[in-house]
Write a protein that binds this ligand. Structure first.
Ligand code: MV4
Length: 672
């Protein structure tokens, strides 16, 4: 076994690999970029080496710097993790050339699976089922058109060098074929410098089922069953599970054998995943990922094995730790990927600081009923340079229902503040009826759109009572029993001092609505007035271990319990099945929006890069005048002056990355 391993990655996967190395007594060398000097993964190892600037090309993809770091620290092996250099044959070769073990398959296996057409030709020879289609070398447009006509529409044109959904065209009819072919080839040429395509019969809503395989250098190869990763959006997996719902033992056996045959056909060594698309009982080879995958934990949870440990053993020349007949599925596991993104704004990445990070009690990087794998701490920032994944929440139960209940409850006990996340979306997904029934395929999110994106509900009086209770707790009044001896009456109760009849208004914002309730203390009783109704109001708030508030309210004869996350003024009220976001409007606080209208800052509507700046400090501008152009999500956004005034400061230069909400410039209003 190796004594030192260099981990050529960052974040969650770097921490994950380091954890297995530590359990095995292996010394670890971490690498980091300028953006990651303070990152968690840097501290997860025994040593860390700076490998370049923040841009991946200059650091985590910098082959020379990484090989040099391995040599300098005496690392005998390099684990590439996933992403970055994990499926880079050139890197695997550079390791070999320098006498360092690449913890992954041989460069030849990576290359063989890298080209989709060539891989499919190999798979055909190995009797691995393929979607009916043409994946040969003839690229003549008329020939391909004839092939498509013979196959029957709809037909899918795929770039051979593509993958992950890039370079694909669905063709509905023969008439559309020539234009679709040339446009697909144009895209393939510009994206992959290779315009070779293949044709396949198009399956409308297949399931994505992948098989985890492992092979060693002694000729052994096994599969560790399947994962169902059908729930995706734009080819990004959202929630994965193992085993696949509804999978029969015979289908599992057939797919497992096909996956092992696929691996053996390219002389595979190490961990790999063979992806299939499935329709009814049919399954078809799609591609093989020649790396450990993000979702590997669900396989660990159901098999009981540490797959990183298996990788290290295989790479050091040991045989696989188990034979096929020793492998069993135990229970059911789910993984939900928690991302810094905004589901209510096209899932755009949300970058910035994680002000609060709350998870249920859990274990990280090892088998556990509730497992959270993450490379991020509270207080860290999600940077625009890398993948915005915050954490993976992984659960294990005795069966699917049990595991799903654990997932729902774990999501209910998680809370992240400071940026947008998909946490609530994940909870809606995990609680969705069709998802609970296991009715998943690649069209799932689209089909369940209305359920997954419900219209926001107007706050009820009870919601406002909960928000008010949380706000009163924040002001020192944990319950209606709180006596004035525990709270400074001058500070907290000035509105009621000496005048029991005075009602105090509280304003709350919810969505784009504003609500006012009045709180009154009369005849030893608290009353809450909202709209035309006045009710007797009792509240009891207690802080829980994770910082959330347990809130009980009573309005006349209605009682309600809610858990409130967040800090005043922003509250997320959670009930068993829904939640409500309500913000207290502090009459004394300065409203940043009002500030802006009065000539304060102008902020970035989304994370992006400053393309150009049209004004400089001191410039006089008219309302509507162009100030700055921001590039975000491949689109240009013009930032214009909201009113006439003088530019007092410009906070960024062209080329700078900006976070969502960052102040870009300041304008002093003319009137002020
Ligand atoms: C397909 C298909 C339907 N028919 N091939 C998308 C990414 C790439 N790995 C293969 N993909 C697909 N290939 C045929 N012949 C549908 C998809 C597909 C898909 C596959 C797996 C998971 C999610 C998907 C979402 C949309 C389309």
């Amino acid at each position: 076994m190796f004594h030192t391993v260099l981990i050529a990655n960052r974040g969650e996967i770097a921490c994950r690999i380091a954890a297995s190395c530590q359990r095995m007594g292996i010394r670890t060398v971490m690498v980091y970029s300028s953006a990651d000097a303070q990152a968690l993964h840097v501290k997860a190892g025994d040593e860390a080496v700076w490998v370049g600037e923040a841009e991946p090309q200059k650091s985590y993809l910098n082959i020379d710097a990484i090989i040099a770091a391995a040599k300098r620290t005496g690392a005998q092996a390099i684990h590439p993790g996933y992403g970055f250099l994990a499926e880079n044959a050139e890197f695997a070769k550079a390791c070999a050339d320098n006498g360092i073990t690449f913890i992954g398959p041989p460069a030849s296996s990576i290359t063989a699976m890298g080209n989709k057409s060539a891989a499919k030709q190999l798979m055909e020879k190995a009797n691995v089922p393929l979607v009916p289609g043409y994946h040969g070398d003839n690229q003549d447009a008329d020939f391909l058109h004839q092939q498509a006509d013979a196959m029957g529409y709809p037909v899918l044109i795929k770039a051979s060098a593509g993958g992950g959904g890039k370079g694909m065209r669905i063709v509905e009819s023969s008439k559309q074929f020539p234009e679709a072919l040339s446009s697909c080839k144009r895209e393939a040429k510009s994206s992959f410098s290779d315009d070779h395509v293949l044709l396949e019969r198009y399956l409308q809503k297949p399931r994505h089922i992948e098989i985890q395989v492992f092979a060693d250098t002694h000729g052994n190869a096994v599969h560790l069953f399947e994962r169902d990763c059908s729930v995706q959006r734009r080819h990004q997996k959202v929630i994965e599970e193992a085993p696949a719902p509804g999978m029969t033992e015979s289908q599992r056996h057939a797919m497992g054998e096909a996956a092992v045959a696929a691996a053996q056909a390219v002389n595979y060594v190490g961990a790999g995943t063979v992806e299939f698309i499935c329709e009814g009982d049919d399954f078809f080879f799609m591609e093989m990922n020649t790396r450990l995958q993000v979702e590997h934990p669900v396989t660990e949870q159901i098999t009981g094995f540490d797959l990183v440990e298996w990788q290290l053993r295989v790479a050091s020349g040991q045989p696989l730790p188990a034979k096929q007949e020793d492998l069993r599925i135990n229970g059911h596991a789910f993984e939900a990927r928690i991302y810094a993104e905004n589901p209510d704004n096209q899932f755009l990445p949300s970058i910035g600081k994680i002000e609060q990070l709350i998870f249920p009690e859990h274990v990280s990087f090892s088998l556990s009923p509730i497992r959270v794998d993450s490379g991020i701490r509270q207080g860290d920032s999600i940077s625009p340079f890398y993948d915005p994944m915050i954490a993976k929440l992984i659960v294990h139960g005795v069966d699917r229902e049990d595991a799903l209940r654990k997932m729902q409850s774990a999501l209910e006990q998680s809370y992240i503040a400071g940026l947008h996340t998909n946490l609530r979306f994940l909870h809606r997904l995990a609680s969705d009826e069709a998802f609970m029934a296991g009715d998943v395929d690649t069209g799932f999110i689209e089909r369940r759109y209305d359920q997954l994106f419900p219209a926001p509900k107007t706050a009820t009086t009870l919601d406002l009572a909960v928000a008010l209770a949380a706000q009163l707790y924040h002001q020192g009044m944990a319950s209606n029993q709180t006596t004035t001896t525990t709270v400074d009456p001058w500070d907290q109760l000035d509105y009621w001092r000496g005048n029991a009849l005075l009602a105090r208004p509280f304003v709350f914002d919810q969505g784009d609505q504003s609500h006012t309730v009045h709180l009154r203390h009369e005849n030893q009783q608290w009353q809450l007035q909202h709209a035309d109704t006045t009710s007797a109001f009792d509240w009891t708030v207690s802080e829980q271990n994770n910082g959330s508030l347990s809130v009980r309210v009573r309005l006349d004869d209605q009682q309600l319990h809610a858990v409130v996350y967040g800090n005043s003024p922003h509250f997320e009220i959670r009930y068993p099945n829904t939640q409500q976001h309500i913000s207290y409007v502090d009459p004394l606080a300065i409203d940043p929006l009002q500030e802006e209208q009065n000539g304060g800052g102008l902020t970035a509507p989304m994370p992006g890069k400053v393309l150009s700046i049209a004004v400089e400090a001191g410039a006089e501008v008219e309302a509507g005048q162009l100030l700055l152009v921001l590039e975000a999500m491949k689109m240009e956004h013009s930032i214009t002056a909201p009113h006439a005034g003088t530019v007092t400061e410009v906070f960024f230069a062209a080329g700078d990355q900006v976070t969502e909400g960052a102040a870009l410039l300041a304008i002093e209003s003319k009137e002020n």
